[in-house]
Design a protein around this ligand. Sequence first.
Ligand code: NAD
Length: 386
Amino acid sequence: MSGFRYVSYAQEVIFASGALARVGEAVERFGWQRLILCTNHSMQANGHVNSIKSVLGDRLIGTFDRVQPHVQDVQVAEALTLADQNHVDAIIGMGGGSPIGMAKAVAFALEEKRTDHPTRSAFPTEQPLIPVIAIPTTYAGSEMTAVYGITHTKESPPRKITVNDPKTAPKLVIYDPELTLNLPPHLTASTGINALAHCIEALYSITRHPLSTAAATSGIRHISSTLLNCCRDGNNLEARAEMLLGSHLAGLSLASVSMGLHHGLCHVLGGTANVPHGIANSIILPHAIRFNAEATASQLLPAAEAMGISLNGISPVMAIEAMAQKIFELVGEMNLPQRLREAGAKLNESDLPDLAQLAFQNRTVQNNPRPITEPAQIQALLRAAW
Ligand code: NAD
């Protein structure tokens, strides 16, 4: 067995139907007095903002409810002002990966502002000055990780960069399946595929370790058994709980390993071409699996098995091809776009070489298990996905 090294984070995780009602008790235990909430309009519309307001009372002293996708730098600056003026001691991100990413970005920036020096941790045991509370309502998995993306909107083209630091890992994570009951089918499907992608890339990660492999394999089992049910019957609380558990395991596997081509490319498609994150994941995942199949078949076999592919009488690479095809078909069955040209973004086929070039420079892409030596390899994948 080869050696391994990974970093884990001190986090309290509460998973239960109705867990939102327990935020007040948890916040009191941590001693947080002045909180702001980062969220967006859909959380206002479906009543979740009112619910958390009634649980936290006077402790919730501000709400930034306009978070846009892909964590825009200009919005981080606005929310930072709100947090700073209100002298907050913790920041809540409630919603999908974008509000949770926003909460991390604001907490990180606020610590930098208050201490007047760079926030970077020298050791994984260092704790943040302004902790983050994450309340996920999609399956994106950001709540478990010490990473956020931020889009630099003034660059031309705009570019999403990744900040990775143990201090950004949320200290308190509340999973309440009831909050996901009104997640619409297309977001259920696309963020569910995002969770599946975390598990797949964790399994073949160049920094994988026994715990990430165990979490990823179990995550795939939960997700593949229930994602379609959640899309067809969003009100099925049992299926929602099963799916949220799958996304927790996916987030856990993602949290301690480096990702590869798939995640790096989806960041470029999101930050530069504004493709919604879950849609980019749904289109790219089968192609990324095929690209890596020869190099990673032995690591991906548990995933194929967990997705119900029979391994009898076929080679590992054939089993992985069958899994890629099954994911492609699942994406179609859930009425998501299967091709980049259908992604609904301002994206033309003539943009693909530039996107491939940008992706080639992406650090996550360069961590891919099959070495990527020239942008042409990525361009070929993008053309296959077009
Ligand atoms: P998102 O947060 O942008 O949300 C997408 C849409 O879902 C929004 O319109 C939102 O209003 C809606 N929504 C969320 N929950 C809802 C609910 N319960 N009911 C109705 N509507 C709801 O998208 P996402 O896919 O959750 O997250 C993607 C972002 O998160 C990207 O920026 C991605 O890079 C980041 N991300 C980060 C990590 C990490 O480890 N840091 C992991 C995964 C994703």
